[in-house]
Ligand binder design. Structure first.
Ligand code: ATP
Ligand code: MG
Length: 411
């Protein structure tokens, strides 16, 4: 890829995560190329290419079945993203900042050095030339890789003000690479974390998936939590965890399970993970509803679920294709506990996820009268236990504080 660009007289390097991962001995997820060629010049070199992004133009080049992102060296500091929102009124091909110092757009082209210095962390700012096997390092990336330190390029506070998502990226890379975060960056995060409130909810949804659903979710949650960055993205869950620390097990197990599945190459769905991440918030609301309105559990879920989802959507959008199955997983919980009409329930399209959710709840310490085991045996057809007598599961005497269970004696 870089070779074709060079043959056409341009400078070109591999850049960013792939260089970092190669130097660390990991297999890169994908390859990014950075070049002095302008978008139209890149297009002229590669037949199978197209310019994507209006405000931050990059070129997607097809190479076999892969798509390689080729971007032109940028001057000034700029995040590699297209900020959401309509900024058509702003002049193009110029950097634009909001009053807060947040960078809105940047299409100023520059040199390779300028391109390096606008990147987020020193270890992400390395350029590699496979032909001569040389690494260009305009900051301290190589030394920081060796010391396994995540260091912000430039002044951390300024760089986090420009793009608060970089704080989340710090947590992601610290967990993924098992790096320590440099003290200046830690201090800056403590000062700047509230700026995450300014990030559009749509961008945060994508970021949350990268944080929690790419194989290192449990470790990333621990780092986020330690840095005070979990509360800005999951405020209601964070409040529930503060009130009932036992709920933490649910989050940790859910993330651990999905890390394991990802490690085994099995599919994971954001719907299931979000169902777990928001369960403590839902349980708390249901408990409050049961206390005040004496609502049966199913009615309480129907009332609380949309509120929890709407609240979360103000921070991270949850596309309907995920929020609908998420609600179904929640709503099936009660039916799985009562175990009535098991054949019919087992045929429900969301049965499997709801059953996994019961197992997760039990794994996390909720007492559900052996429902998980019952359904496991039901599915294997092995020695069918008798269905539970009575219309509802017994109220647990040793009910866990805040479990949101056992209040459903209506019906
Ligand atoms: P991963 O392997 O997880 O994809 P990555 O380092 O490739 O890690 P990307 O999000 O793919 O991360 O971004 C590619 C590169 O673009 C980064 O290495 C970094 O140099 C730069 N970059 C991305 N996002 C930002 C940002 N918000 N601010 C500054 N630079 C960024
Ligand atoms: Mg990448």
């Amino acid at each position: 890829m870089h070779r074709e660009l060079r043959d056409a007289g341009h400078e070109a390097y591999l850049v960013g995560g792939c260089v970092r991962d190669l130097l660390l001995g990991y297999e890169p997820k994908d390859f990014d190329v950075s070049t002095s060629a302008r978008p139209e010049q890149i297009r002229a070199v590669f037949r199978r290419s197209r310019i994507v992004g209006r405000r931050f133009q990059i070129v997607h080049v097809r190479s076999g079945r892969e798509v390689i992102e080729v971007s032109t060296f940028r001057g000034h500091h700029s995040p590699d993203f297209e900020p959401d929102g309509d900024d058509d009124a702003l002049p193009h091909n110029a950097a634009a900042y909001a009053d807060s110092g947040m960078l809105l757009r940047d299409n100023v082209f520059g040199t390779v050095e300028e391109d390096a210095l606008r990147r987020d962390f020193t270890v992400n700012g390395l350029y590699y030339d496979p032909d001569s096997d040389t690494v260009l390092d305009f900051s301290t990336g190589v030394a920081d890789l060796e010391a396994r330190v995540l260091r912000v390029i430039g002044d951390p506070v300024t760089r986090f003000q420009e793009d608060p998502v970089r704080m989340l990226r710090a947590a992601r890379f610290a967990a993924k690479l098992d790096f320590t975060i440099a003290p200046a960056a830690l201090a800056a995060i403590a000062r700047c974390r509230d700026l995450l409130d300014q990030i559009p909810a749509a961008r945060l949804f994508d970021e949350v998936l990268k944080l929690l659903l790419t194989g290192r979710g449990e470790a990333t949650f621990a780092v986020l939590d330690e840095l005070g960055l979990f509360a800005p993205i999951f405020p209601e869950t964070a409040r529930a965890l503060a009130a009932v620390p036992e709920w933490r097990a649910m989050i940790v197990h859910a993330l651990d399970n999905s890390d394991e599945r990802i490690g085994l190459g099995k599919p994971v769905t954001p719907a299931f993970l979000y169902a777990a991440l928001l369960w403590p918030a839902l349980a708390r609301r249901m408990e409050a509803l049961a206390k005040h309105a004496q609502l049966p559990e199913l009615a309480a879920i129907s009332e609380a679920a949309p509120e929890v989802i709407a609240g979360q959507c103000r921070r991270t959008v949850i596309p309907r294709r995920f929020s609908t199955p998420m609600r179904e997983i929640w709503e099936l919980q009660q039916r799985l506990l009562t175990r009535r009409s098991p054949q019919k329930l087992a045929a429900h399209p969301r049965f499997r996820a709801a059953y996994d959710f019961v197992l997760l709840r039990e794994q996390s310490g909720e007492q559900l009268d052996g429902a998980g085991d019952w359904w496991t045996r039901f599915q294997t057809g092995e020695q069918m236990p008798a269905p539970v007598a009575g219309p509802r599961p017994r109220r647990r005497a040793r009910r866990r504080r805040g479990s949101g269970r056992g209040n459903a004696d209506g019906g």
